[in-house]
Design a protein around this ligand. Structure first.
Ligand SMILES: Nc1ncnc2c1ncn2[C@@H]1O[C@H](COP(=O)(O)OP(=O)(O)OP(=O)(O)O)[C@@H](O)[C@H]1O
Ligand SMILES: [Mg+2]
Length: 367
């Protein structure tokens, strides 16, 4: 059986009474860019630090290249690490900081220089190499620290929010560079972030965690289009998915959804099968802002009326918030659509884009 480069088997991390990671099974394949995504405190860093060997594994096993590494020191694991805190050597220039991991491995001077120049070029830091860390901005220090992590060959690159101190433009630049490096060199990367846009933009697969528990692993499109549960649906996507509490009833071939301020009927085999799986008659209807059409007139008996309460122009799109009963529904529209606050509008969406979640378990019944 082919094994991933990094394999976690039934891994637990406990700090006293705190269960930071619960029974995690996960693998990162050869040449894969795997993102660990989740809110603050969900156990991302604990997971990464266990892979790195900076944190003891409470229970379970971690394998790198098929070898159990539980008892191995970080330096015995053939990993490179980039963390949010830069921890540069203050008395060394940026150049010497980057060269450090190569020098301790006894690499020839000429090869050291070639590698440092190459990574500096890629990360656009060639002009600050002779400076000491205290003469660099936070963002520059982070790029130097990132270069130091990337400069040497390693089996796996472990990164914990390495782009957090950069401004928006630098971030998106470095994202592209990292993605390019990954593709071009076939690197295997485990990347921790709480920023779903970062994960969506870079990762081959995303592992979504919450409260120490892995919720779903999949490609960015899989987690976006087929979220396994309410948590994943809600965490991935910006603006976030609309979640409407509904009572579900079958009426002939129609499925009837009744919520606060609306009632809609849909005729769809998939949806009917999902509705049949509900543990009670209560469910949660999920529909993404991008999948709702906004009309100024009632175009069909299936549209939902509401009142505009907020308009946010974002340049390339606009987000309109529409009050439907007690629900504030977000709709993504073209910025050319002009609506005024208080205006009455009609919302429409197709059954193909609807998710139905069980209210008790949170499970996506269409998944
Ligand atoms: N050394 C420690 N001692 C006790 N509890 C800890 C320790 N490190 C982490 N924790 C707890 O373990 C849980 C997971 O922490 P972890 O740092 O892995 O989360 P995270 O997902 O990386 O969060 P963030 O996005 O804020 O960095 C949290 O509840 C945290 O308070
Ligand atoms: Mg963390």
């Amino acid at each position: 059986m082919a094994m991933g480069v990094v394999v976690l088997q039934n891994v637990w991390k406990k700090y006293g009474d705190v269960e930071a990671v619960k029974n995690l099974n996960l693998e990162c394949k050869e040449g894969e860019f795997l993102a660990l995504l989740g809110p603050s405190g969900c156990g991302k860093s604990s997971t990464l630090r266990m892979i790195a060997g900076l944190e003891r594994i409470t229970l379970g096993s971690i394998f790198i290249d098929g070898r159990e590494v539980n008892a191995l020191e970080p330096r015995q694991r053939d990993i490179a690490m980039a963390f949010e805190a830069y921890a540069l050597y203050p008395h060394l220039t940026a150049y010497e900081n980057i060269a450090f991991p190569l020098r301790v491995r006894g690499m020839r001077e000429q090869e050291v220089d070639r590698r440092v120049r190459e990574i500096a070029d890629t990360l656009d830091i060639g002009n600050i190499l002779d400076r000491l860390p205290r003469h660099l901005s936070g963002g520059q220090q982070q790029r130097i620290s990132f270069a130091r992590a990337m400069v040497r060959p390693a089996r796996v690159y472990l990164m914990d929010e390495p782009l957090s101190h950069l401004d928006a433009k630098q971030r998106s630049q470095l994202r592209s560079e990292l993605k390019r490096l990954h593709r071009f060199k076939g690197l295997t990367i485990v990347f921790v972030t709480h920023d779903q846009i970062e994960a969506m933009a870079m990762a081959d697969r995303i592992a979504v965690m919450n409260l120490g528990v892995l919720q779903q692993v999949g490609t960015p499109l899989e987690v976006f289009n087929h979220p396994k549960n309410l948590f994943v649906a809600n965490f991935v996507g910006e603006p976030p998915i609309n979640l409407l509490s509904v009572t579900v009833r079958q009426e002939g071939q129609d499925i009837l959804f009744t919520g606060d301020g609306f009632m809609i009927a849909m005729r769809d085999g998939r949806l009917a099968a999902a509705a049949a799986k509900l543990s009670t008659s209560k469910g949660v209807l999920g529909i993404r802002p991008m999948h709702i059409a906004l009309h100024r007139e009632s175009v069909s008996p299936h549209s939902i009326p509401g009142n505009v309460t907020l308009y946010e122009g974002l340049g390339d799109t606009a987000v309109v918030t529409v009050q439907v009963g007690g629900n504030a529904v977000r709709v993504e529209t073209s910025p050319d659509v002009s609506v005024s606050i208080g205006e009455r509008v009609f919302l429409q969406f197709s059954a193909a884009h609807v998710h139905l979640f069980d209210q008790d378990t949170g499970e996506n019944l269409l998944h």
